[in-house]
Design a protein around this ligand. Structure first.
Ligand code: GLA
Length: 739
């Protein structure tokens, strides 16, 4: 019955449909209340005393910290019939609601006109994301040219809640709705600094689109158009149009490509822009080099596993002198295993050899109470696969990490939500669902590659994705994870709010984490403990003493500049609390192909924004958890994740978080103290224009240092007339190390 009165649009490209100029903007004027009442949908309900709310942001920072559950938004709006008159298609009205967290019901003048009910159709399922609805223009609920009351009922299962984002509007559905310029193919890098790619014009509409596709490349530094071409383009449902191009002689920077399709019949057009990738990371030398942190912590008496991360032309052979008693090295694979019973700091000399020579490095193996001495470098399934994660995807990720990334120190393969079966076993043990037929077999496989592996749960009865949590089964679950062979646990608050009093105080916030900490202490395995409770109660102030190796400082990240930069540049208060074995976690990386599963898209961050993301997270000593499809690591993403000098900043053994030393509307400078008295400095351009930095060699930032090295390009900067001069692209960064 409900299905007849509304249509949920399948969003092409996963974002809200573009608003047109005549659309009625709904960004301002909303009223809000927490709670739930059927009366709140009524047009006659008096909402004057409700709170004014800014729909650019979730409800948490607007007076409702930690609030999960129902909330209602209301707005009074005139819908002019001129919308219809100006429209090319006149049959449906389109409502853009930016992002909804988690599910919603939309009432227009008291009538339910749309809803997004989650997987099994109930509003209480977790299913956040972009929302756009089409409503028939002849629906009697619409009062044309009169005041309408739009009321939106939201249910939030955990974390951020409400509606938020940029695009709230009502307009007519457009001939260009469900038309997409699909740019998700990879760029290929060719001769003469050229880039090639194919893009597609796709639609699900039966309408025959006929017109031209204009292709334009501009240099954002000068504004100059460096390439332009126009092609006839025809397409319809099932018959996409493909446009392939090559652009040559590009400088080492990003350009902007604009694709404009113009439909002849309707005169309508759709515009999409993207930027071009450029690689700064040099190719690794064929000579051996040992990467990774200088320290590694493990507990006495527990299974030990460490892969010596090294690049160089294969085959490589490995040697380790000074290993503590109980450990042995496989000279062909570089994997060190065993058990050490005696506490202590053991300096071990690692040597890696190939035909071209050898390289040595001292690694301090610290056997004691602390593990995870430097931030985890790994992969987590969530930002790519969401709840569609399965055994095969995890194995592919492990294999790819082993082949392409472990030589740089990457070594955790973590399963997020979605692995749990519907019911526990008769004895109460947690069981994996059919997507994970053999958990022990899976962890054995990951360990055989020298890598570690992680799992996910919630202290509540249910996880954020609605699966079984560990509530009242903490000891039993910790034991199961250890028996399966897991090395990392992400523990996500989610439905724990249902079993703790509202507005939990500090002891109540700590309680579930203390409980699981004591359960993990009872098993004979080193299991990294990652808190996920979105930063509540300034978790950075008590995460370490509660036994966390890391703690999320924020709600969930998205692959947008707003989300990534708000989170990253907001970390200064938490920074002083990072230290060896315990780190702030500003959430997982959104580079490469992401999508929260099952379908993926290229990160919506520009390439310069991706450089900023990795640079900032490294300065912050954040765990770097790749959130993309590891099966398709394109050349740019790989270059971003395999820069040993950038990773060395993240993995520095001092484990300090960078501090923000200056901030204007257009630029920020963050400084991280490193071992040996060195510093890493990030100059961030937060504006949308190119910037030139003239840094005096006597500037106090450089005081006492004689050399400055560009971490991405791995080159020393040369001062001219005592000045270092460099350009920073829009939303980009210059990351340097001074020594
Ligand atoms: C929360 C967390 C995410 C992810 C999901 C899984 O939203 O913050 O990182 O783990 O739950 O459901």
């Amino acid at each position: 019955m409900i299905k007849k009165i509304f249509t949920v649009l399948l969003l092409l490209g996963g974002s809200c449909l573009a608003a047109s100029a005549q659309d009625v903007q709904l960004n301002k004027g909303w009223k809000f209340a927490v709670g739930d009442s059927a009366q709140w949908s009524s047009p006659t309900f008096n909402d004057q005393n409700w709170q004014n709310i800014d729909v650019a942001h979730s409800w948490e920072p607007q007076g409702h910290p930690n609030y999960d559950g129902f909330g209602w938004y209301r707005i009074h709006v005139v819908i002019p019939s001129s919308l219809k008159e100006k429209a090319y298609l006149k049959d449906s009205l389109r409502l853009n609601l930016a992002s909804v967290d988690d599910n919603d019901e939309v009432y227009l003048n008291g009538k339910l006109i749309a809803k997004y009910g989650g997987r099994s159709g109930t509003i209480k399922d977790g299913n956040y994301g972009p929302r756009t609805y089409n409503i028939s223009a002849s629906d009697p609920a619409i009062l044309w040219d009169k005041e309408n009351v739009l009321a939106i009922r939201i249910y939030d299962t955990g974390g951020d809640g409400g509606i938020y984002g940029d695009n709230f509007s009502i307009g007519m559905a457009d001939v260009m709705d469900h038309v997409l310029v699909n740019t998700d193919g990879d760029f290929t890098f060719g001769e003469n600094n050229s880039l090639a790619k194919a893009v597609k014009l796709i639609t699900t509409n039966k309408y025959q689109y006929q017109g031209t596709l204009a292709f334009k490349v501009t240099d954002p530094e000068t504004g100059a158009v460096i390439y332009e071409k126009s092609n006839p383009a025809n397409f319809t449902a099932g018959k996409p149009f493909t446009y392939s191009f090559v652009i040559a002689r590009l400088a080492k920077k990003s350009y902007t490509i604009t694709y404009t399709f113009n439909d002849q019949k309707s005169g309508k057009e759709i515009v999409r822009t993207e930027t071009t990738p450029y690689v700064l990371t040099p190719y690794p030398s064929a000579k051996p080099k040992i990467n990774g942190a200088d320290v590694y912590g493990a507990r006495p008496g527990n299974p030990f596993l460490y892969l010596i991360p090294a690049t160089g032309k294969k085959p490589l052979t490995y040697k380790a002198d000074g290993l503590p008693e109980g450990l042995k090295l496989d000279a062909a694979t570089g994997i060190i295993t065993g058990v050490v019973n005696q506490k202590g700091d053991y300096p071990v000399t690692l040597t890696v050899t190939n035909k071209l020579g050898n390289k040595t490095k001292t690694l301090t193996i610290s056997i004691g109470d602390k593990i995870g001495l430097t931030p985890a470098l790994g992969w987590n399934s969530w930002n790519a696969w969401g709840l569609s994660v399965n055994d095969e995807k995890v194995k592919i990720s492990a294999k790819e990490m082993s082949d392409k990334l472990s030589a740089y120190g990457w070594n955790y393969i973590n399963i997020d939500d979605g692995w749990e079966a519907e019911n526990r076993a008769a004895d109460g043990a947690i069981v994996a669902n059919s997507k994970f037929p053999d958990m022990k077999g899976l962890t054995d496989y990951v360990h055989s590659l020298g890598l570690h592996t992680g799992i996910y749960s919630s202290p509540g009865p249910r996880t954020c994705g609605g699966f079984l949590g560990s509530w009242q089964h903490e000891d039993q679950d910790a034991k199961t994870y250890a028996d399966w062979g897991f090395d990392y646990l992400k523990y996500d608050w989610c439905s724990y709010s249902e079993v703790t009093p509202p507005h939990p105080d500090l002891p109540a916030l700590k309680k579930p984490y203390e409980l699981m900490r004591s359960s993990l202490n009872k098993v004979n395995r080193d299991i990294m403990f990652s808190f996920c409770q979105y930063g509540w109660g300034d978790v950075w102030k008590w995460g370490a003493e509660t036994g966390g190796n890391s703690w999320r400082t924020t709600g969930d990240i998205q692959d947008t500049w707003r989300s990534m930069s708000d989170i990253g540049f907001g970390q200064d208060p938490a920074s002083p609390y990072a230290g060896p074995g315990h780190f702030n976690d500003p959430d997982m990386l959104v580079v490469g192909k992401v999508g929260w599963g099952p379908s993926l898209h290229n990160s919506r961050l520009t390439y310069d924004e991706q450089y900023t993301h990795i640079s900032l997270w490294s300065l912050l000593s954040a765990p770097l958890l790749i959130g993309c499809d590891m099966g398709h690591l394109d050349r740019f993403t790989l270059s971003l994740l395999t820069n040993d000098e950038v990773l060395a900043i993240d993995q520095d053994a001092l484990s300090k978080g960078a501090r923000q030393v200056s901030k204007t509307d257009e630029q920020q400078i963050w400084v991280k103290e490193l071992t040996k008295g060195e510093k890493a400095i990030g100059f961030f351009n937060t504006s949308d224009k190119y910037q030139t930095v003239n840094l005096d060699a006597n500037d106090k930032l450089l005081n006492g240092f004689t050399k400055a090295r560009d971490a991405w390009e791995q080159k020393y900067l040369i001062a001219v007339n005592h000045k270092y001069t460099f350009k920073i692209p829009p939303h980009g960064v210059k990351l340097i190390r001074v020594m």
